[in-house]
Design a protein around this ligand. Structure first.
Ligand code: ZN
Length: 462
């Protein structure tokens, strides 16, 4: 698998630090607001990288954080309002209740578009000690300083590589950098907070060696990525807007603390635009996954829509294109059902299509080509229907479009299967994971795929 690395500005092979196992860190949702389709496009990129690597037979460990503190200031407004405080006022809930509510909403929206849950979803507020420790390490190593108020800043002049990811090197920043942190005690305008002293009215604050306060936003991703994935890991993903300052600052922190490169490949996804404007809260142009469902569209078809554009390019969202994608996915499902049972072996034409599919995926996730390959196969007169069915069922592990849905709808579990499903749900409710795993293995042994859904165990023919 080859991916474009934003740092070296080139396409490279993914060569995991630990052979056979790829470690991925993805910047996750900020939970004082809903996630929108633009966020979901970025999260889908990570999901796709993971699925493609697993399709190649690699193990993947994926960590995606939940930002529930530290990125709560609206830096686009002159008053620098704390968004969490605004949400607390608007909704009459406590900060942790707000965070819990929007975390659940984010997980549901991610599941709706077929994003598989990461292996670990650490919350920033559960990792304050790790962030304090990392901040202390940076002070000890001469990369950070404490000011009178009790805030701690990263000293950008102590890190000669500052700017290597975004191109915002210090000579350029001196000229026209908008000062996001207004503290006059800062030594350089680009210095950024690792720890902020709690001002009056601050609801979320923690004790620290420098007094009560709260962590800066960037430090959480350094602390949590290295805690769960180690001091060297393979892929770090995020939206292109995170390259600066968030990921630039993360590089300074992580490499400043350990003294060597931490991330092998930086992958950044392009914006989703709506009528020419970036989909972001500040523009008021926010579409959420539930709105797709309300309009009678299958949210999984949003995946197919995103596949039409290379992931680094800006993508325009229109309802017309979304409806076309929805119709196409439904049509593919009908075709899969019509093609009958999957063939156990592939002929030469199907093997060739499979090789093309794998090559397109490996080529920095060339999904527009993948779409063409799927369409070609659908129309092909050279590949027998049973082989088309087998191929699309296999490819769907990456596409995630539930292409066998119509074919499965005709299938009904027998009495024995239904009994095991009920037993497994009871075992899971009782937290008897040994029995639950045994029953899953038994169901799989009967040739079934076993899925955990919010409504309990679901099975279908594999
Ligand atoms: Zn992050």
């Amino acid at each position: 698998m080859r991916l474009y690395d934003s740092l070296s500005r080139g396409v490279h092979d993914v060569e995991p630090v630990e052979p056979g196992r790829v470690k991925i860190y993805a910047c996750g949702p900020t939970v004082y607001r809903y996630v929108h389709l633009g966020n979901l496009r970025t999260f889908l990129l990570t999901d796709l990288i993971r699925r493609a690597l697993e399709f190649e037979g690699l193990d993947v460990i994926e960590v995606q954080n939940i930002t529930d503190v530290g990125h709560m200031t609206d830096e686009s407004s002159p008053e620098a309002l704390d968004k969490m405080l605004l949400a607390v006022e608007d909704e009459g809930l406590q900060p942790l209740e707000i965070a819990e509510k929007y975390t659940q909403e984010a997980l549901e929206d991610m599941a709706a578009v077929g994003i598989r849950l990461p292996d670990v979803m650490p919350k920033a507020t559960d990792h304050i000690p790790e962030m304090i420790e990392l901040t202390q390490t940076l002070i000890d190593r001469g990369h950070a300083y404490v000011v009178d108020t009790g805030s701690v800043y990263f000293d950008v002049t102590s890190f000669p590589d500052y700017g290597k990811l975004s191109g915002n090197t210090l000579d350029k920043l001196k000229a026209g950098h908008r000062d996001l942190e207004t503290d006059p005690a800062k030594r350089h305008p680009a210095d950024f907070a690792l720890w902020k002293a709690a001002g009056p009215g601050r609801l979320m604050k923690w004790p620290s060696p420098w007094g009560d306060g709260f962590p800066g936003w960037h430090i959480e991703c350094s602390a949590m990525s290295m805690k769960y994935l180690g001091e060297r890991f393979d892929i770090h993903t995020g939206g292109t807007d995170l390259r600066f300052p968030h990921h630039e600052d993360e590089i300074g922190q992580s490499e400043g603390a350990v003294g060597h490169e931490v991330v092998s490949t930086w992958v950044h996804g392009g914006f989703l635009q709506l009528t020419g404007q970036k989909i972001a809260k500040s523009t008021g142009n926010v579409i959420r996954a539930p709105e797709l469902i309300e309009r009678g569209l299958d949210p999984l078809a949003f995946r197919w829509l995103t596949f039409q554009t290379r992931y680094r390019s800006q993508m325009d969202f229109t309802w017309e294109a979304m409806e076309t994608a929805d119709q196409r996915v439904r049509q593919l499902r009908r075709h899969v059902a019509e093609w009958g049972d999957p063939a156990p072996v592939l002929g030469p034409a199907a093997e060739e299509a499979d090789a093309r599919f794998r090559e397109a995926l490996a080529s920095d996730l060339d999904m527009p080509t993948v779409v063409r390959i799927v369409n070609d196969l659908d129309r092909s007169a050279d590949v027998p229907p049973a082989e088309k069915r087998a191929l699309l069922a296999s490819w769907d592990h990456v596409l995630g479009l539930d292409l066998e849905r119509d074919a499965d709808a005709a299938w009904q579990p027998d009495e024995e299967v239904r009994r095991r499903v009920a037993e497994r749900d009871a075992a899971r409710a009782a937290k008897d994971y040994a029995s639950s795993d045994r029953l899953r293995d038994e169901l799989q042994g009967m040739g079934l795929e076993v899925m955990d859904t919010p409504d309990g165990t679901k099975v279908r023919p594999r």
